[in-house]
Design a binder for this molecule. Structure first.
Ligand SMILES: [Zn+2]
Length: 320
């Protein structure tokens, strides 16, 4: 599943090719997101920042150590989730780019202050409070100022960074409303943002799932040698196709459960998962994916995003 065995899944910046790097953040669970770096002549492009200001400072220190004196002149925000965008204010001189939907979507995210408060819920107050404390309680959300991409586009855009062309391709709505992937064709590298989770179940905030499946096929069609997911280890086209098959499996089974009148959270947790999916982390996230697919089918229970998060947290509590 993970063909690029030579890129170890260790924290920090890893050189992929002559001009590209992946910044990896094990364990890749909630908030531990990867970034990408493209280094051209005298300037660099960063794909995403980190969840918090301290984590982003660590990322920028690693970049400075790898390519001393080379300024990051462009930041591409792959989507609106905080773990990819809440450090962008630390690059005030860079041009920030993203899809129009991402720029608008940032205001719809749970704000850092609210997430911080939820993560400090008293123990036992609610399953969602416990879930938030467990997975977000260790992050320091102080001082974050939302910084949506200033230069937006729909469809595709091309950027040349110090002579290296990079293609920004909008493939959302899928994981979020405005997902963008970054292809560096001359290097055989693709930064997938959260269109790809490796070794964990993905988070499906919006769907539609079939757009997401198409996005995986688009990635595979590039023939990229290195594919950097938003969370998890670096993979290749074979890894992307496994992930696509997973999405197709969920799609088929969620539709079947809906037809049979099952409730999305019960159907999600009753779903039998073949390998390798059965070994992935965050089993409870299947509840969110089933909710997204049920929403497409018009299910009213699945329409309230907070209710879906509550169901997900309850499912987590019942996991073995
Ligand atoms: Zn993410």
């Amino acid at each position: 599943m993970c063909g690029m065995g030579e890129i170890e899944y260790q924290a920090g910046l890893h050189r992929l090719t002559g001009n590209t790097y992946a910044y990896l953040q094990p364990p890749g669970t909630w908030g531990f997101s990867n970034c990408g770096l493209v280094v051209g002549e005298g300037e660099a492009l960063l794909v995403d920042t980190q969840f918090t200001l301290p984590l982003t400072r660590r990322l920028l220190a690693a970049v400075e150590e790898a390519v001393p004196g080379v300024p990051v002149t462009t930041v591409v925000t792959t989507h609106a989730n905080g773990d990819h965008a809440w450090g962008t204010q630390l690059l005030p001189d860079a041009v920030t780019m993203g899809s129009e939907a991402t720029a608008h979507g940032m205001a719809d995210e749970i704000p850092p202050q609210a997430l911080s408060a939820l993560a400090r819920s008293p123990e036992g107050a609610s399953p969602l409070g416990d879930y938030a404390r467990r997975f977000f309680g260790h992050f320091d959300f102080d001082g974050i100022v939302l910084t949506p991409p200033a230069k937006t586009f729909t469809g595709e855009a091309e950027v040349t960074v110090g002579g290296i062309p990079a293609q920004l391709i909008e493939v959302g709505p899928a994981h979020t409303s405005g997902d963008v992937i970054v292809h560096v064709p001359g290097e055989g590298v693709l930064f997938a943002g959260d269109i790809l989770f490796i070794d964990d179940h993905p988070v499906m905030w919006t769907g539609p799932v079939r757009n997401w499946i198409a996005a995986c096929e688009r990635i595979a069609a590039t023939g990229a040698e290195f594919v950097v997911p938003g969370h998890g280890p670096v993979t290749d086209v074979a890894g992307v196709l496994v992930f696509r098959d997973y999405l197709a499996y969920l799609d088929e089974h969620a539709r079947e459960s809906f037809r049979r009148g099952l409730r999305y959270w019960e159907a999600a947790m009753a779903l039998a998962l073949p390998e390798p999916f059965a070994s992935w982390g965050h089993r409870e996230r299947v509840v969110m994916s089933f909710a997204a697919i049920y929403r497409e089918l018009g299910d009213r229970d699945a329409a309230d995003p907070m209710a879906v998060l509550h169901r997900t947290a309850e499912a987590y509590q019942r996991l073995p």
